[in-house]
Design a protein around this ligand. Structure first.
Ligand code: SF4
Ligand code: SF4
Ligand code: SF4
Length: 341
């Protein structure tokens, strides 16, 4: 039997739709330019089967939009598990009932990630634009932490709006029993482009927010803190925060979240808007190995050519540059635009 192409991590976007409209949402289709398509259980299943027939995937992260809008999400998770993949669920938590969570647990889901943006319900719901979402997210996180202590992740997207309350938010997350926290800086894209003046932190404020996380992390060594969107070292010296694991950006296939949508479109990662091809036209391995694709991501921004941090940072989040400037060739917008400076 022919061996399947191997991919370390795939973000599988089950739908473009979401019941929230977060001010910071980086989904590139959330720029208001086109209507959002209703979820399709049948197409989400067909595309997953197609994808996993073409590639052996280490971890598939179900995302969107909001993946819990798919009525067959547990069947999809079971299918991916049977095909040998680990499965994570990236959800806003508002639709995660205790039954749904118990089903995930019995399927051996590795991680459930749920954003909790503030200890103040008003701030959380200002950012999500959904009344009632704070209590639901809080309850879902508590349930996840109770049932799957190792697999429950809180996600704190740090913006100008919620940064002053970072320590209180982390305390609430801890009180819910959660021990894993993603502390991601606001990364411009999608709906966040039009809200960037309101949300983007300047370097001094971002450093203060990370200092608050660092201080909390140092006091609670039983917790783990990961910053999941590359923060350029020339903007924030990440070595000042030893209790936060900062991830860099890599073009390596096995180190980045290759992204496939419900309709089969393949992209560099989940923040990138650029479609490289569709798995119904060509196998995913062929798309990702295409010399044109490799060349597109091999360009090094001029500013970064002699930087000592390039191997780790690679110009920061250049998917954000694709969203803002339409090119991967420029370094992270946080260096040059009102998005960060
Ligand atoms: S950030 Fe997530 S929960 Fe918020 S609108 Fe986007 S997809 Fe929905
Ligand atoms: S690689 Fe570029 S963006 Fe990253 S730290 Fe160096 S100069 Fe800054
Ligand atoms: S371009 Fe941005 S979102 Fe994509 S892998 Fe790099 S840091 Fe992550």
């Amino acid at each position: 039997m022919k061996e399947r192409f191997h991919i370390g991590n795939i973000v599988y976007e089950l739908t473009d739709a979401c019941n929230q409209c977060c001010r910071f949402c980086y989904n590139y289709w959330r720029d208001g330019s086109s209507p959002i398509v209703t979820p399709s259980d049948a197409l989400a299943r067909k595309t997953l089967r197609k994808l996993l027939s073409q590639a052996a995937v280490g971890t598939v992260s179900f995302s969107g939009g909001e993946p819990m809008l798919l009525k067959n999400i547990h069947d999809l998770a079971m299918y991916a598990r049977l095909r040998g993949s680990n499965v994570n669920i990236l959800t806003n938590g508002t639709l995660l009932t205790s039954d749904a969570l118990a089903n995930f647990e019995s399927l051996g889901i590795g991680a459930i990630q749920i954003p909790l943006l503030s200890a103040d319900s008003g701030i959380h719901e200002y950012l999500t634009s959904l009344p009632g979402s704070w209590e639901k997210a809080r309850t879902a996180l508590w349930r996840a932490a109770t049932l799957m202590p190792q697999g429950a992740y809180a996600v704190l997207v740090i913006t100008k709006v919620n940064a002053p309350g970072v320590s209180a938010t982390l305390k609430l997350i801890r009180d819910l029993g959660v021990r894993n926290v993603m502390v991601n800086r606001f990364n411009v894209g999608g709906n966040g482009i039009k809200n960037s003046d309101e949300l983007a932190l300047n370097p001094a404020a971002l450093k203060q927010a990370f200092a608050d996380v660092e201080s909390f992390a140092a006091d609670h060594p039983d917790m783990r803190f990961v910053s999941g969107v590359c923060t350029p070292v020339c903007v924030v010296d990440t070595s000042a925060y030893p209790h936060i694991l900062f991830t860099g950006c890599s073009t390596d296939l096995n180190c980045r979240p290759v992204t496939v949508s419900w309709s089969g479109d393949v992209r560099f990662c989940n923040h990138s808007p650029h479609v490289l091809g569709n798995i119904y036209d060509r196998p995913v391995g062929e798309i990702l190995s295409d010399p044109e694709v490799t060349a597109r991501y091999a360009v090094v921004p001029e500013k970064c050519t002699s930087c000592a941090h390039r191997k780790f940072c690679n110009g920061g989040c250049r998917a954000a540059s694709e969203q803002l400037y339409g090119t991967f060739d420029l370094p992270d917008p946080i260096l040059t635009s009102g998005a960060g400076v």
